[in-house]
Design a protein around this ligand. Structure first.
Ligand code: Z57
Length: 801
């Protein structure tokens, strides 16, 4: 949109006056942010309305992306960028003697997700809007997001994330679009005069689902899509309705707080309530919207696509069946054909503990009508497939088995497409986790490698790099990240490589200032910034990184004269509050940091920095400053990873196992430009099959490793008596479930190589450049375009080269 600086200033000052009945000097950064937010919404307002009008006029097929998590990050800057107003607003604020960055930092960062899964959903919302896809998000408006992490005495302490305290400028409450969601009670089927059966519900707990809509603004294309987040409220009370405090609390609790478990299912009834709550409300509102515009349900499969992001929204399958049969009087066969045509499912993990199953008793009690429908899906699946595949395979793959509702199997059976998130992950789905279902439905399985929003993770997070790129190649890369590959023309341009070093220095200074201010630690910006930022999980092996730090420390103590670049190890990681082992690792890292950072023998040559409360906003600060991207999960365990892509695009070099999308990153940038190491997935599976892994052998064979491990229990690191022992035992007594010791040697060797290579900055920046130039293929726009072409079958406006 068109806006002059002068006009903006007038609008902004007016907004301040209307909102606060005072003048600019009398407002806080937060107040200024809120005013700006209102203004952005006004600037965007007509575009949002026009988008839905346009979709309606063209009767466009709608995509609904169901996810129990969305992690959008702060929206002010990205909304301004996408509307084309960022420069104008910056200039205008400057003329008013205000600092845009300060105002922007006053925006709360909505923590409505745990990690990769939720952030991926947010990247895909941005891409759907930017590709002109009629895409809608559907999720939960948690009153409290993921806990805020602080450290006390080196231990993680969780504080509530009261992100809505000052309201949310981006949301619109639409009470007129509320729906009722039923839980519990009894249901029985009553024959009607025409012979049809209708459910009769008795004594149900009804919950009102109220949607809050957030605009998802496309990149300079006049499109604003909708992210719809549902909140649980008391239903408008019927005449004699009376709600006890207990009933009120039960309703309130449904959308009170995000479950803080990443890649782990705790099996709590409240979580199942959350899942049905947003699945039911979402499907009801889809059908209502569709019904206003179409006669009958015949066209449903042509007009809507519903995407199931991991198993959490799987109940959209029986819920759509319920609505089609009970409310719209479709036969089972018609309803089933429509449902499978509409649904598609993405799997994000092969970890056993993350695959959701619900005890049948819990499920039946909470969702009696949905349970009846799942029983019928199960019955028909068994009847149709047993003659072809035999009883054993069908028993192993049916939606109901071992007294459980098996959500992943239900998702595959009720969808026309199931995809993994990186090539290796998809192969493992087909050959391991879902191999039996792959026999039954081979045509449904496909890969869609994850992608990232380059606009947020490069254009906005790394403006110095973006400007440098603009000075060399056409700014087209901002819409078509694949154009970044033309940067390879500068592989031998010494001046350009120097400029890359300068950009990295600028970003490292910004991070160093944050570290100094918030943690009191001084780090050298000519040091290697070695970054591992992701949830704390045993399979992600923060512990392997820790062992390397202990090794470097002992090495420096023993050989003080060693010449090597300074090394700063940077961690960001939250542990699930109930994940005892992960919390022990946090304590270990903090204790080690205490030791290393205060040792006068070490000085500024080695630092360990654990930045608390890692999330989207801290990612935007840390990622542009990284030299090394630690992607060191046990091969086969990380489905894809996405921080690996963000770090690559910002010129960090990967120190990586052959896992998830690391494999594709190494392939794209060239092996010589990364530091791969460790067991392959095949080798890991080999150990499983033979059962011959013996971690103790590695301990005994390598005196240096022995010294490092002993440091966990011999008092070298003060303050970890219990944690050190627990971790030591996990590696040696309990045989090291994640093959840390097997990969230790090759990891250390690559770390040594990095220390050498980093000293030649020209060569180093050539590697960085190869990474930046190859990162374009991991753009979320490309990923979403592939979903649109292959799965949703909707048009889009991706520019191809
Ligand atoms: C989550 O963040 C992921 C998988 C899950 O099953 C759950 Br629950 C949460 C992650 C994977 O661990 C990453 O490897 C992947 O990149 C990300 O989802 C997005 O696909």
């Amino acid at each position: 949109m068109k806006l002059t600086t002068a006009q903006f200033k007038t609008d902004f000052l007016n907004e301040i006056k209307t909102l606060y009945a005072t003048d600019l000097n009398d407002t806080s950064a937060l107040g200024q942010f809120i005013a700006l937010g209102h203004l952005v919404r006004r600037y965007d307002g007509s575009q949002w309305t026009k988008t839905s009008e346009k979709y309606r006029k063209k009767d466009r097929k709608q995509v609904y992306y169901f996810s129990i998590e969305f992690l959008p990050g702060r929206l002010l800057k990205s909304n301004l960028l996408n509307l084309g107003l960022l420069d104008t607003v910056r200039a205008g604020l400057k003329e008013l003697e205000l600092d845009f960055e300060t105002i922007s930092a006053a925006e709360p960062d909505p923590g409505l997700g745990n990690g990769g899964l939720g952030r991926l959903a947010a990247c895909y919302m941005d891409s759907m809007a930017s590709l002109g896809i009629a895409g809608n998000g559907n999720g939960i408006r948690y009153r409290y997001g993921l806990f805020k992490q602080v450290f006390m005495d080196g231990y993680q302490v969780e504080l509530p994330d009261d992100w809505l305290r000052n309201g949310n400028v981006w949301e619109i409450r639409r009470e007129n679009k509320a729906c009722l969601v039923r839980f519990g009670g009894n249901v029985w089927m009553q024959p009607q005069a025409d012979g049809q059966l209708q459910p009769v519900y008795e004594q149900t707990d009804d919950v009102l689902a109220v949607p809050y809509d957030v605009g998802m603004i496309g990149y300079r294309n006049d499109v604003t899509n909708t992210l719809r987040l549902w909140s649980a409220e008391l239903p408008p009370s019927a005449d004699n309705a009376y709600y006890s405090q207990e009933q009120r609390d039960r309703i309130d609790d449904i959308t009170k707080v995000l479950y803080p478990d990443d890649s782990n299912s705790e099996g709590q009834a409240l979580r199942l309530r959350q899942e049905y709550f947003f699945s039911s409300a979402g499907v009801q509102s889809i059908i209502r919207h569709y019904g206003l515009r179409h006669q009958g349900m015949r066209e449903l499969g042509k007009k809507i696509a519903i995407h199931i992001n991991d198993t959490h929204p799987t109940l959209v399958i029986p819920e759509l069946m319920r609505l089609l049969m009970d409310d719209h009087h479709c036969s089972w066969d018609v309803a089933w054909a429509l449902t499978t045509q509409v649904m598609s499912y993405t799997n994000h993990t092969i970890l056993q503990e993350a695959l959701e199953t619900w005890p049948i008793d819990m499920f039946k009690g909470l969702l009696p009508r949905i349970y009846q429908i799942v029983v019928e899906i199960d019955r028909r699946y068994r009847a149709a497939k047993t003659p072809i595949f035999g009883e054993d395979l069908v028993n192993r793959t049916a939606p109901l088995g071992n007294g459980q509702v098996r959500m992943a199997y239900l998702a595959v059976i009720g969808s026309h497409s199931v995809n993994g998130v990186a090539p290796l992950h998809t192969e493992l789905l087909k050959n391991d986790v879902l191999r039996d279902l792959y026999q039954v439905y081979p045509e449904r399985f496909n890969n869609k490698t994850n992608g990232i929003a380059t606009r947020r993770w490069v254009q906005l997070a790394n403006e110095p790099l973006s400007q440098l790129i603009d000075s060399k190649i056409s700014p087209e890369w901002r819409q078509q990240p694949s154009q970044l590959k033309t940067l390879m023309a500068y592989q031998k341009d010494a001046k350009f490589l120097k400029q890359l070093t300068t950009v990295k220095q600028t970003n490292k200074q910004a991070l160093a200032a944050y570290i100094k201010q918030n943690l009191g630690i001084e780090v050298r910006t000519d040091a290697i910034f070695d970054v591992q930022i992701k949830r704390l999980h045993a399979y992600k092996r923060q512990l392997l990184h820790v062992l390397e730090i202990i090794r470097e420390y002992l090495d420096l103590k023993a050989h003080p004269a060693t010449k090597a670049p300074a090394h700063v190890h940077i961690f960001g990681a939250k542990a699930a509050p109930s994940y005892h082992y992960a919390k022990a690792i946090i304590k270990l890292i903090n204790a080690l940091a205490d030791l290393v950072n205060h040792d006068p023998d070490i000085g500024d040559r080695l630092k360990v920095v654990f930045i608390p409360n890692y999330g989207v906003s801290l990612g935007e600060l840390i990622i542009p400053a990284a030299d090394i991207s630690e992607q060191i999960s046990t091969a086969s365990k990380e489905a894809s990873g996405t921080s690996n892509m963000k770090l690559m695009a910002n010129g960090a070099v990967s120190l990586a196992t052959l896992d998830g999308a690391n494999i594709d990153i190494i392939q794209a940038a060239g092996e010589a430009n990364e530091y791969p190491f460790g067991l392959t997935a095949k080798a890991v599976y080999g150990y499983y099959e033979r059962g011959d892994y013996r971690s103790v052998d590695f301990y005994q064979a390598d005196p240096e490793l022995k010294r490092v491990l002993d440091a966990l229990v011999d008092g070298t690191i003060p303050g970890i008596t219990t944690e050190g022992r627990e971790i030591y035992d996990s590696l040696l007594r309990y045989n090291d479930e994640f093959f840390v010791l097997a990969d230790y040697e090759s990891y250390v060797q690559q770390q040594r190589q990095i220390s050498q290579d980093f000293q030649d900055q020209t060569k180093w920046q050539q590697k960085a450049l190869a990474n930046i130039a190859a990162a374009g293929i991991f753009s979320a726009d490309l990923a979403v375009a592939r979903y649109a072409d292959d799965i949703w079958q909707v048009p889009h406006t991706l520019l191809q080269d």
